[in-house]
Write a protein that binds this ligand. Structure first.
Ligand code: CP
Length: 302
């Protein structure tokens, strides 16, 4: 992992995924250390973010490092027409590591090819969100005690949801059963089904989950992402497809946890928030420890 960019979750072997989870567990016990003293991390966010950017920045601050960057490309020279290539080559001179979110799929891989420091993909369009995936794995392992043989429900936007795509690939190392619940317009793309077929992983597709939820170990809810639709009418048709409420959790398994990468709009009712099976805000906290683990591993400090 040392000096390697993290662009896709497939950049890490199953052993490396487990190693990051272990290191994140160490940071959970002691998240304030001075190991990044003298290190500068650049956070370049070409798309909005709350959790990813702030948990990266919190992670760095708690480890004694410094942050530079921008939260809106319109405040950078991109606004004057500077290319992504020139931006990345320039910022490489100023830091030890770049964390980048960008709306274009493939942009993170491209940035890693022109950068002279490692790049961490903080989300590239509908493609991948590997650091979210690692914090999801950490959350699943922590709540279930294992990553193996779990019944995982993925609900909502399975077409454009980059967190879903990364999680599907990573969990497929641990013999899950997947249940995909989505409207027809947002079904899991064929390339991911082919990926699972090739690995011999079981999966089922549904349009409703109110009854089958009784079998779930993890329900991973996702937002229908308005920003990914070119036709607003198409968004209007599907935006209220699934709303998880507290009554639906009656009779579900003791170990069930509800995850969501957040932000949510209306797909989880607020009455679920106080249910002990709701885990999404703790999941967001786990992002700090997991990102500390990723940064320190790439910088060769762990
Ligand atoms: N989960 C996630 O990526 O959240 P943000 O868009 O707020 O960073």
């Amino acid at each position: 992992m040392k000096n390697k960019s993290l662009i896709s979750i497939n950049d890490y072997t199953p052993e490396e995924l487990l190693k990051i989870i272990d290191i994140a567990g160490e940071f959970e016990k002691n998240s304030v250390q001075d190991i990044l003293k003298g290190k500068v991390i650049a956070t370049l966010f070409f798309e909005p973010s709350t959790r990813t950017r702030l948990s990266f920045e919190s992670a760095v601050n708690r480890l004694g490092g410094r942050i530079i960057g921008f939260t809106d490309a319109s405040s950078s020279s991109v606004k004057k027409g500077e290319s992504l290539k020139d931006t990345i080559r320039t910022v490489s001179n100023y830091c030890d590591l770049i964390v980048m979110r960008h709306p274009l799929e493939g942009s993170a891989r491209y940035a890693s090819e022109v950068a002279t420091v490692p790049v961490i993909n903080a989300g590239d369009g509908a493609n991948q969100h590997p650091t979210q995936c690692l914090l999801d794995l950490f959350s699943i392992k922590k709540t279930q005690g294992t990553l193996e043989n779990l019944n995982i429900f993925l609900v909502g936007d399975l077409k454009y949801g980059r967190t879903v795509h990364s999680l599907l690939m990573a969990m497929s190392n641990f013999n899950p059963t997947f249940n995909f619940i989505s409207p027809d317009e947002l079904k899991i793309p064929d390339e991911y089904k082919l990926f699972l077929d090739n690995k011999g992983i079981k999966y089922y597709e549904h349009s409703d989950f109110s009854e089958i939820i009784l079998r779930a170990d993890i329900v991973y809810m996702t937002r229908i992402q308005k920003e990914r639709f070119s036709d607003p009418m198409e968004y209007e048709k599907v935006k209220n497809s699934y709303v998880l409420n507290n009554d639906m959790l009656t009779g579900t398994k003791e170990n069930l946890k509800i995850l969501h990468p957040l932000p949510r709009v209306n797909e989880i009712s607020e009455d679920v928030d106080e249910n002990e099976k709701a885990y999404y805000f703790t999941q967001a906290l786990n992002g700090v420890f997991t990102r500390q683990a990723i940064i320190s591993s790439i910088l060769g400090l762990k």
